[in-house]
Design a protein around this ligand. Structure first.
Ligand code: TYD
Ligand code: MG
Length: 454
């Protein structure tokens, strides 16, 4: 067996260096090299030593162009984020903080796919079979047909896969699996890279849908090398937007569908339930009798959601006033305040301004500008905005309001939820489209303020 040696691996890109350096020689990231002991693995001894494959190149005309059937999981929200079900042979990485519900979700997925006639192998490296059984008793789906394997050895898992030939493999979690071929501890860069690479080759060869649970770091990224996210086909993050029972599964990469869709669930006494009406969720408990509140018809992925933006202003006692934004970019807020002061003659420079996007969402599209401006203006004037009004539009430095994409879908959703007036860019391309809302086109922030407060 070749001798183990010490290498320095980059936690960002997985690149190697032979001595410690402050900067990764491959991707240029700083302070990302960690020392690990590795033993070189001859190709013949690779972890997924499987069958020698006789592969040949084919012309594209020989490739069957039919779309692979997807396996619908039946949790509507999750199928939606995946792009219409899970694709056989694909690798799906699910990241999230401890206790957020990763194991619960994947056990529900396992039970549903097993009930649909697929053979499912659930590998738990974190919990005993008994602990998984306790969880299984809580969720509504019957789990009798799910095969359970408490195991942390990658070799053992791959052997069982060859023997049982499952259609679906769940690894909970990738950080607990280790291969004896490498010296690093489970979860180290080299281990995760090697094990995930082997799983990927096996999944493709066997057409086996594979779900990997990934732990997250303090910064919120998935622990282990960035290469993990490159290896897999789909990356999903599990988040808790409100800190309450709601959970968001957010796609950040999807080789088989739109990348940044979200799914909403509620964690209850009996597992995770899809939320039927996502856009209404963020309006729950809305205080529409207070000034400083405005609703934006935002887009999450391809889906419209209505979100409340709240602003609070106060005479500042400091020479440089405070500006605090939650769920919105702080520099964008500063920009919009400057535009309000210069273009609409609304004095903001001696005010502390607090901005909050309700429900824990993050509004990063410029389409939210108009609602932010409206909320701040309403707070400054201390005048309540009409509760049936919704705002969509980008604000330019000249104070002009610009149209945004997908305006029809946003307006349709607002109308569906009972909104009756929509403030949007005058130049928006919606003329004569018969929406159930009164459209109030505005040219600039001055026009908006005049329109709102007369
Ligand atoms: P879990 O799936 O173990 O989280 P993760 O794998 O991400 O660490 O879920 C943990 C929490 O969910 C735990 O605090 C218990 C709670 N829970 C419920 O509220 N309802 C349920 O039906 C289940 C199974 C768990
Ligand atoms: Mg877990």
């Amino acid at each position: 067996m070749p001798k183990a040696r010490s290498v320095f691996l980059c936690t960002e890109c997985g690149g190697e260096a032979y001595r410690w350096q402050g900067q990764c020689p491959q991707c240029g990231a700083w302070n990302t090299l960690v020392e690990e002991r590795v033993r070189p693995v001859p190709a013949a001894e690779r972890l997924d030593r499987g069958q020698a494959r006789d592969v040949r190149a084919v012309s594209l005309s020989e490739v069957e162009g039919v779309e692979r059937p997807r396996w619908g999981i039946g949790l509507a929200e999750l199928d939606f984020v995946l792009g219409g079900g899970v694709v056989p042979g694909s690798l799906v990485l699910l990241g999230g903080e401890p206790g957020i519900g990763k194991s619960t979700l994947l056990l529900q997925v396992s039970a549903r796919l097993a009930a649909a006639g697929h053979k499912v192998l659930y590998v738990s490296g974190e919990e005993s079979a008994y602990q998984v059984k306790l969880r299984a008793q809580r969720i509504p789906e019957p789990t009798d047909d799910v095969l359970m394997l408490p195991e942390t050895s990658a070799e053992a898992v791959l052997d069982r896969v060859e023997e049982l030939e499952p259609d679906v493999l769940v690894i909970d979690s990738i950080q607990t699996l280790y291969t004896e071929r490498l010296e690093g501890a489970p979860g180290s860069v080299a281990q995760v890279r090697e094990v995930a690479g082997a799983l990927q080759r096996v999944a493709k060869r066997r057409e086996m849908a594979t779900f990997l649970v990934g732990h997250v770091t303090k910064e919120g990224g998935i622990a282990g090398p960035k290469t993990l996210e490159h290896i897999v086909d789909v990356v999903l993050y599990f988040e808790s937007p409100t800190g309450l029972d709601h959970r968001i599964v957010r796609g950040t990469k999807n080789r088989f569908g739109a990348a940044d869709e979200i799914a909403l669930f509620r964690m209850g006494a009996v597992g995770l339930q899809p939320v039927e009406n996502p856009s209404a969720l963020f309006l729950q408990g809305r205080q529409d009798r207070a000034s400083g509140s405005a609703v934006v018809a935002a887009l999450e992925g391809t889906r419209p959601v209505l979100v409340e933006v709240q602003a609070l202003v106060n005479r500042s006692v400091y020479s440089s006033p405070q500006r605090v934004a939650t769920g919105f970019d702080g520099r964008r807020l500063a920009l919009l305040l400057a535009v309000l002061e210069r273009r609409a003659r609304l004095r903001t420079s001696d005010l502390d301004v607090f901005l909050n996007v309700v429900g824990g969402l993050r509004l990063s599209e410029p389409a939210a500008d108009l609602a932010v401006v409206a909320a701040i203006a309403s707070a400054i004037r201390d005048v309540v905005l009409s509760p049936g009004a919704v705002f969509v539009g980008e604000v330019g430095l000249g104070g002009e309001i610009r149209p945004v994409h997908q305006i029809e879908r946003r307006l349709a959703e607002a109308g569906r939820l009972g909104f009756r007036r929509a403030f949007l860019a005058e130049s928006s391309d919606v003329a004569g489209k018969g929406f159930p809302l009164r459209l109030e086109g505005v040219a600039d922030v001055k026009g908006l303020i005049d329109g709102l407060f007369g």
